[in-house]
Ligand binder design. Sequence first.
Ligand code: ZN
Length: 147
Amino acid sequence: MSLEESMRPGKLSQGGFLGENEKLEDVLKADDETVRRLGLTHKKIAARFQYFIDAVAYPTGSGVLVDGKYLVGGSVYRGGQECPWQDGGLFMPNSCMDLYVVNQQTGERLNFPGGIVHLIHVHHFYEGKESPYRVDPERAAKILEIK
Ligand SMILES: [Zn+2]
C-alpha cells in the first residue's frame, strides 16, 4: 500500500488523512504556500499546538482557561494513531487525544487531534481538505494567534 493509499478513509484511520480523491502532493503544496504567505513556519505552528497540549496535560470536556483567554479541553481515549510515514514509534505523540481551543475573545473554536503536532512539525501536513481531522493553518493561525 502506498503512503497516499494508506491515508484514504478506512485504512490507517477511519475518517482518513486524505479524502478519496485528494493528492497528497497537492495538499502539501497548498498548505506550504499558505504558511509562507502568512509569514509563519510549520515549526512555529506545531510549537503553538504543543504549547496548548502541554498547558492542559490531561484534557477534559469542560476545559481549563489558559493565559486567561483560551479555553482548552478535549478527550483522551485508549490507543493512538500511527503516523502514515511510519517514522518513529508505534503511535504519534499525544495521538490518544482530541483537543479543542476556544479563543474567548472571538468565540472561535478550533478542534484538532493531538497527533497533528507531529504531522505538522515533521511532515508539514495538516491533513487533507476532505479529512474530518484537518486543521486549516490559516484558521489555526487566527484562533491560536500564531505570530
Ligand atoms: Zn511521521
